[in-house]
Write a protein that binds this ligand. Structure first.
Ligand code: SF4
Length: 363
């Protein structure tokens, strides 16, 4: 038998020890059945009743309107009988583990319960363009996406304000043959009641954590207590479905995929967010630190000040810097991105979306 030098023997020992001690977390699934196909008919009936009850006194998001949506609309401006949908199509702008080869079957809902001044989907979320669909019609679109589009999942984009209708649609879709996972693609400005109603119906939570400070939430999202609401919601999502898991084809089937869009000059908030996620939710969380911010919606628009100022000498005053939200009227700098990414690694997060694989647009 050959005798190895001491240092080489030590290296071999370390490598073998590492291999034998490394227990891969259970992120790989042999097979997967969507959760909505596992709930009993009794629980499905309870979900339907709860959905109708919520619509009659809607506190389904932190706006807490408390209104009967069969009679009037709240802040989200969407009633009870239908949802307003802007686009339904296979979508190729999501993370590779979500869009796969055939695309993610995305349903872009019109309207939103936030009013982000930088909204990256302003025409859809704020302008209420779209067509009305009943829960049953929406379910039939899910089936079309599955059968014709061969999509990997149904991706409900900005569903926070239409959770009851979405619950009814999923339950109807399961009765008519839906088999692919459901993604709840949210800003995380959800109430716990919403997340509870979605329990058993949603397989993947694709959740944003947008900003950390209340002042930023008020100023840029036009919402109070965004961060505290998001923290509660994200913990509840994680408790339901856990860390993101895949089948052997590399497509995500179940779990939480967390997104944070780094904002210009707000990298300190991104640092707080990734630290909180690692310390309070899971270090094994699958995280996408997004870098595609660009000024949209109200950012960079001229301030509404009426007529331009005129100096006493009669010369028109310059209005070059008179734009709204000037502090975020630029792209994100690479050093701002690096700061957030480094903080995430330092906090112990390690499962990141590889942005080099992906150059698409996110929602
Ligand atoms: S979902 Fe709409 S109606 Fe219900 S509380 Fe939120 S904003 Fe108000």
């Amino acid at each position: 038998m050959l005798s190895l030098p001491l240092t080489l023997r030590y290296n071999v020992f370390v490598q073998q020890s590492c291999r034998s001690l490394h227990l891969a977390p259970p992120f790989l699934l042999d097979d997967y059945t969507p959760r909505y196909n596992l709930i009993s008919s009794v629980d499905a009936a309870k979900k339907r009743s709860a959905a109708y009850a919520h619509l009659r006194e809607c506190n389904l998001c932190p706006r807490l309107c408390g209104i009967n949506r069969y009679e009037k609309t709240g802040v989200c401006l969407i009633g009870a009988d239908t949802v307003k949908v802007n686009t339904i199509a296979p979508h190729f702008g999501e993370e590779p583990v979500i869009q796969g080869h055939n695309g993610s079957g995305s349903v872009f809902f019109s309207g939103c319960n936030l009013r982000c001044v930088f909204c990256q989907n302003y025409d859809i979320a704020h302008q209420h363009n779209g067509f009305d669909l009943s829960p049953e019609e929406l379910a039939e679109w899910f089936i079309k996406l599955q059968e014709v589009g061969k999509v990997h999942n149904i991706n409900l984009v900005t569903p926070e304000h239409v959770v009851p209708q979405v619950a009814l649609a999923i339950l109807h879709a399961r009765d008519i043959g839906l088999r692919v996972p459901i993604i709840y693609n949210t800003s995380s400005f959800d109430s716990l009641e919403s997340i509870t109603l979605m329990d058993g119906l949603v397989d993947i939570y694709l959740a944003d954590f947008k900003v950390w400070k209340d002042s930023t939430s008020k100023g840029l999202l036009k919402a109070d207590n965004y961060a505290s609401t998001a923290m509660e919601s994200i913990k509840a999502m994680q408790a339901q479905v856990g860390d993101l898991c895949f089948t052997g084809d590399g497509i995500a089937k179940k779990g939480v995929l967390m997104r944070h869009l780094v904002m210009p000059g707000k990298e300190d908030e991104g640092v707080e967010i990734v630290r909180w996620l690692a310390e309070n939710v899971s270090k094994d969380m699958y995280v996408h630190i997004m870098e595609q911010y660009f000024p949209r919606a109200h950012v960079g628009k001229p301030k509404r000040r009426g007529v331009k100022g005129v100096t006493p000498g009669g010369i028109e005053a310059s209005s070059e810097s008179e734009v709204r939200y000037e502090d975020i009227n630029r792209a994100v700098k690479s050093e701002e991105l690096s700061t957030v990414k480094k903080a995430a690694v330092d906090a112990g997060l390690w499962r990141f979306v590889d942005v080099t694989e992906h150059a698409g647009f996110h929602n």
